[in-house]
Write a protein that binds this ligand. Structure first.
Ligand code: CU
Length: 309
């Protein structure tokens, strides 16, 4: 991770706060350790054979009450002002809906465009509305110093204003199951012009479909990408959490609890997608999440799977 104190508008003040409190802790540690050692030597039996009874000292007590009080109030003040900034997105922010699921992030823009990576225009504030479809996840952009828990049945919000062009990691900060560590994405900060081009065209979607091995413009492949299926399934025969979807249609599948193999026809695939818990393919963990495709989308995905030889 490169050290980028200027990647977002809040990263510098968060780093200052962090380093400030770290320095404070270090100073206290050194002071306590010094007195610990000093008093052990100074008042050891050898140097101080007759135990001394040391009475109170009003000045000392006032100092060690007032100085920490001032330090804590200062910490509170800076913490509070940073927190207020983090809680209050600028009114001209673009709102993007973020969906977390095991184990992928997806993003939906105001015009309905969806993506697996967060595209963002340099110098433009972006507000995030975050939800999860399953367990608790943590949305974390280390370079932007933005981190927020995404809890089921609640909408979390966050915002950022990128100040550097480039790609920055998005991670999940909460252990959320088997492939938690692979729950990665990127913020792609591009110029405003590039962002507009991406936002108002379907180029982005075609690039995604191509990356996932589908035919450009193929709705089914895009849906698999958008609904996070590709976090667990490959389209090229490669291994993953779940079986590859390549060449699946028409093959014979061993299902847990059934003696003979079942043919993966349309009805079989439909059932697997709509009720993943009803059919468990042998040799795989029963981790496929509940369906998020609507009726029409399910048909498009089935059409696509039938052609994916
Ligand atoms: Cu997660």
């Amino acid at each position: 991770m490169p050290y980028l104190p200027q990647a977002s508008t809040v990263s510098l003040s968060i780093d200052r706060y962090f380093l400030g409190s770290l320095a404070l802790c270090l100073a206290v540690l050194l002071m306590v350790t010094f007195f610990l050692v000093y008093f052990s030597l100074r008042y050891s039996r050898k140097r101080n054979p007759q135990p001394t009874d040391i009475e109170g000292n009003a000045l000392l007590e006032a100092v060690w009450t007032v100085v920490p009080l001032i330090l804590f109030l200062a910490l509170f003040y800076f913490g509070w002002t940073d927190f207020r900034t983090l809680r209050n997105p600028p009114p001209d922010s673009m709102t993007v809906k973020v969906t977390a699921r095991q184990w992928a992030w997806s993003f939906e823009y105001p015009n309905g465009k969806r993506s697996e990576e967060l595209f963002s225009a340099l110098g433009r504030p972006m507000r995030l509305e975050l939800n999860t479809l399953d367990v608790i996840h943590g949305f974390y952009i280390p370079a932007f110093r933005i981190k927020i828990d995404v809890v089921p049945n609640r909408t979390a919000t966050a915002w950022f204003l990128p100040r550097l062009l480039g790609d920055f990691d998005i991670q999940c900060s909460v252990i959320c199951g088997l492939d938690h560590s692979a729950m990665l994405s990127k913020v792609r900060v591009v110029s405003e012009e590039d962002f507009r081009r991406w936002y108002f065209s379907d180029e982005g979607e075609r690039a995604l479909a191509k990356a996932s091995g589908g035919k450009p413009g193929k709705a089914g492949a895009n849906l698999l990408e958008e609904h996070g299926c590709l976090a667990c399934h490959t389209l090229d025969g490669g291994p993953s959490v779940g079986p590859t979807l390549k060449g699946l249609f028409g093959s014979m599948e061993k299902v847990e609890g059934r003696a003979e193999a079942l043919k993966a026809d349309e009805a079989f695939l439909r059932k697997e997608i709509l009720e993943p818990e009803a059919l468990i393919i042998e040799g795989y963990p029963p981790v496929m999440p509940p369906n998020t495709l609507d009726k029409e989308e399910t048909e498009l995905v089935l059409d696509y799977l039938k052609e994916l030889k």
